[in-house]
Write a protein that binds this ligand. Structure first.
Ligand code: FNR
Length: 366
């Protein structure tokens, strides 16, 4: 396990290129892969290539900064760590090291329900700004207990993920016979009984009457909102009508995301879904974005198209596998510096000044 930064890392995406040297092939396939035919994974990346950033001249950005205020909270910059399961898959210390890195670079880490360290241990290791990602559990008592534990551990917001009620396997990982190693368990879920497998009658569907019968509904979200003592965000929004309905239901913010292309294959790129959702919600509603970010320019484009802040998923596992906490902190620093370069050259002194007018759609050949 390496704890130094390899000299050939010059940008955040280099961690992606180096990760296969630090991970077994099935593990890399599991992390990198998406669902189905990887259409949405590819779309997420391709969407950023459809935009140019237009340089602006002679603007005074000498007092510039990347600070943002999101749902009433101040953050040093608009780069978050998206919830990602099982960090021990790629590094022995797991989420503890990611949390240390997040603290070092003043980033808000969103800890997954499926973290391989307990939410309490991650909270102790990390900085003051932390959110908890919640998956509804089969029993309401377990969901409520997780919520109360997250609140007690000082998580400032709950992000409930609603776009993945069915786990769709990655074909690449299946082909290489990927399995979670025994040390990779969802540590925070240890106290709760496992869900009993659905009993299906003849002719009933494994999906509809099986998995989806216990999937959360609007009633479950209303219940959660009534229980929570911290702001609740919803992750996995791609349709403007869902976005406005969620705002009406009382969520504090939404995460425009397609789960990194790991849920509904064929779903639009997160970046392509973003402008219509921002338009539907108006300029001020808190909106986090993820899906395909690999550079500071990508963050800039997401902010320009309506995101209040952006998050990286896979990059944190790649950096963690290559150089532990140091790698994650370094990867985040590289992204943030690239963002600052983009802002400076595009004449944006603050994140508020990054608007759609900073972008130009690439001309498609006739
Ligand atoms: C995820 N993601 C995810 N999301 C979530 O809400 N809860 C989770 O436990 C996980 N677990 C998870 C594991 C792995 C290996 C990956 C790659 C992703 C999705 C994640 O939060 C985010 O939406 C995407 O990763 C963003 O896309 P990029 O940055 O990976 O391209």
């Amino acid at each position: 396990m390496s704890h130094s930064i390899p000299p050939d890392i010059r940008c955040a995406q280099d961690y992606e290129a180096l990760a296969p040297r630090h991970l077994a092939a099935p593990t890399f396939a599991y992390v990198a892969g998406g669902s189905g035919h990887d259409l949405t994974v590819a779309a997420n990346r391709a969407a950023f290539g459809q935009w140019h950033i237009v340089p602006r001249l002679l603007r005074d950005v000498g007092t510039g900064n990347t600070r943002i205020t999101l749902a009433g909270e101040d953050y040093a910059h608009p780069l978050f760590l998206a919830p990602v399961a099982f960090h021990k898959l790629v590094h022995g210390a797991g989420e503890i090291d990611t949390a240390r890195a997040a603290h070092a670079v003043d980033a808000c880490m969103i800890t997954s329900t499926l973290a391989s360290c307990t939410l309490e241990d991650v909270a102790r290791a990390g900085g003051p700004q932390r959110w908890f990602q919640l998956y509804f559990q089969p029993q309401r008592e377990a969901t409520l207990d997780l919520l109360r534990r997250a609140e007690a551990a000082g998580y400032g917001a709950i992000v409930v993920t609603l776009d993945a009620p069915i786990q769709v396997a990655s074909r690449g990982a299946l082909a290489l016979d990927f399995r979670l190693p025994p040390e990779c368990v969802a540590a925070s879920l240890a106290p709760y009984p496992a869900a009993a497998p659905a009993q299906l009658a003849d002719g009933e569907s494994r999906i509809f009457q099986g998995v989806m019968r216990s999937a959360p509904t609007w009633d479950d979200l209303a219940w959660l909102l009534a229980q929570a003592r911290v702001p609740v965000w919803v992750k996995g929004v791609l349709h403007p009508d869902d976005a406005t309905a969620l705002r009406s239901a009382g969520v504090a913010g939404i995460v425009v995301s397609n789960h990194g292309g790991r849920s509904l294959d064929g779903a639009p790129a997160s970046l392509d879904a973003l402008p219509a959702i921002r338009a539907a919600l108006g300029p001020d509603f808190p909106l986090l974005f993820d899906g395909g970010i690999r550079s500071g320019a990508d963050i800039f484009k997401a902010l320009a198209l309506g995101a209040s802040a952006a998050a990286v998923g896979r990059l944190q596992l790649y950096a963690l596998s290559v150089a532990g906490a140091l790698g994650v902190a370094h990867m985040m620093k590289l992204l943030l510096e690239e963002l600052e370069v983009c802002m400076a050259l595009a004449g944006c002194a603050t994140v508020d000044q990054i608007t759609a007018s900073a972008l130009q759609a690439k001309r498609t050949p006739c």
